[in-house]
Design a protein around this ligand. Structure first.
Ligand code: ADP
Ligand code: ASP
Ligand code: MG
Length: 405
């Protein structure tokens, strides 16, 4: 008998019929004698629809009220699924994030789980109940409802798995595993049987939306076996582990991409005096994630620094920096919208120089301009025009032989 966390994403619970299928799947696992916690997302595109409703009122709703609004989506699913399971004769109860004991920080719309006491869930499991928990939501220490960022139900699932000491956390979704790249856009993407936490972490951070990055972080830190599986068919899926056997000695294991990137360039009007730190502290204090940073100091020219952020943060970034620009001694030189980031990831890159060169060579053959570059031990990312994103992803997938079995 095992303790299992089963997480079902939005498309998997998108209709009453699908909720019925999920209930049957949960019932099947329960009948095998396992202890089951189910984590659910909002039905279908509910979260988008709720955000859309708010945007009809204003472009700038308070983050607190957005959390109040968005947290309702998951509650609809959890109660419908519980009603369904109870009517099948499986004793079940649903819990909101805060009822399940999920305590987060105070950052609305992108909060982090600080504490999760698994005792309450464990008590229900001991009483032989299936427990359903609403994904994506928690409560701050001040008693405010918070949400964990888009895609955050994955993180709820893995955090619960860690807190209750689950044997495995299964993420059921609309693909049957993690692929070498998003199968919706990269035609020869191939399903991976196994993947290292670190590789998945990079892929998730770099735009592979199949798993929320913090879910992978939790799984890695607490050594939770994490599996991505299809919610429609009975296949094995992809298992994430500390280390996996290297398939075909492939150096690159995956290609990820992300659209809606903006590049801002700042020019210093006064000699450099440490204001680089002040600029990025200002952005960090306002919870604006900065990605690639390129500083250019050439003799005889004013120093500049370019950095990339997500498009959704642009107006806030400009707003907070504008207020400081006199003090910090810079002007905005340029900003470019309509960019995307394409990345190659693989832990074998550490010992294989020349991967970046091969990447740039292929992009140049494809006539794709590279606007920014960033590398780490296990990835190379380039910023390219958004119109070239899918072409670049497919070309790099081909260049590094990822379609080969
Ligand atoms: P859910 O609603 O179940 O959380 P998501 O839409 O968040 O589902 O995640 C599943 C989607 O992730 C897939 O439909 C696929 O388009 C996308 N995706 C992006 N990168 C990958 C990848 N490397 N492997 C598999 N799916 C990916
Ligand atoms: N419902 C939330 C979203 O759409 C959380 C999730 O599905 O993981 O982002
Ligand atoms: Mg998701």
């Amino acid at each position: 008998m095992s303790k299992i966390v089963m997480k079902f994403g939005g498309t998997s619970v998108g209709s009453m019929e699908l909720i019925g299928n999920v209930a049957k799947r949960v019932q099947l696992e329960k009948e095998k004698g396992h202890d089951i916690v189910v984590v659910v997302s909002a039905m279908g595109k509910t979260t988008d629809d709720l955000a859309e409703m708010a945007s009809k009122i204003t472009n700038n709703p308070t983050k607190r009220e957005m959390d109040m609004l968005l947290a309702t989506g998951e509650q609809v699913t959890m109660s419908l699924l519980a009603i369904q399971l109870n009517s099948l004769g499986v004793e079940t109860l649903s819990l909101t994030g805060w009822q399940a004991g999920i305590v987060t920080d105070e950052v609305h719309r992108n909060s982090k789980i600080k504490q999760l006491d698994g005792q309450k869930i464990n008590e229900h499991l001991m009483a032989n109940r299936v427990v359903i928990v609403a994904g994506f939501q928690g409560m701050s220490e001040l008693g405010e409802i918070t949400t964990l960022g888009r895609g955050g139900s994955d993180t709820t699932a893995v955090a619960i798995a860690a807190a209750i000491g689950a044997d495995i956390c299964d993420i059921y979704t609309d693909v049957d595993g993690v692929y070498t790249s998003d199968p919706r856009y990269v035609s020869h993407a191939r399903k991976l049987e196994q993947l290292e936490y670190d590789e998945m972490l990079e892929l998730a951070h770099l735009g592979a939306g199949v798993l929320h990055p913090r879910a992978v972080e939790f799984a890695k830190n607490y050594k939770i076996p994490l599996r991505v599986r299809s919610s429609y068919e009975e296949t094995e899926g992809t298992i994430l582990k500390e280390e996996v056997d290297v398939e075909n000695n492939l150096v690159v294991r995956g290609v990820a991409f992300e659209s809606d990137i903006v590049r801002l360039t700042i020019e210093y009007t006064v000699p450099f005096n440490g204001s680089l730190a002040s600029i990025f502290t200002t952005l960090a204090n306002n919870h604006i994630d900065v990605d690639i940073i390129v500083q250019s100091i050439v003799e005889g020219m004013k120093p500049t620094v370019s950095f990339s952020i997500k498009k959704e943060s642009l107006s806030e970034a400009i707003h907070v920096l504008e207020k400081k620009k006199q003090n910090l001694g810079f002007t905005f030189a340029d900003f470019e919208v309509g960019l995307a980031k394409v990345s190659i990831v693989g832990s074998g890159m550490v010992s294989n120089p020349g991967v970046a060169a091969q990447m740039f060579d292929r992009l140049s053959k494809e006539n794709i301009p590279v606007k920014m570059v960033s590398t780490s031990e296990i990835k190379v990312s380039v910023v390219v025009p958004q119109g070239n994103m899918i072409q670049a992803a497919n070309a790099l997938h081909d260049e590094f032989d990822l379609a080969i079995n």
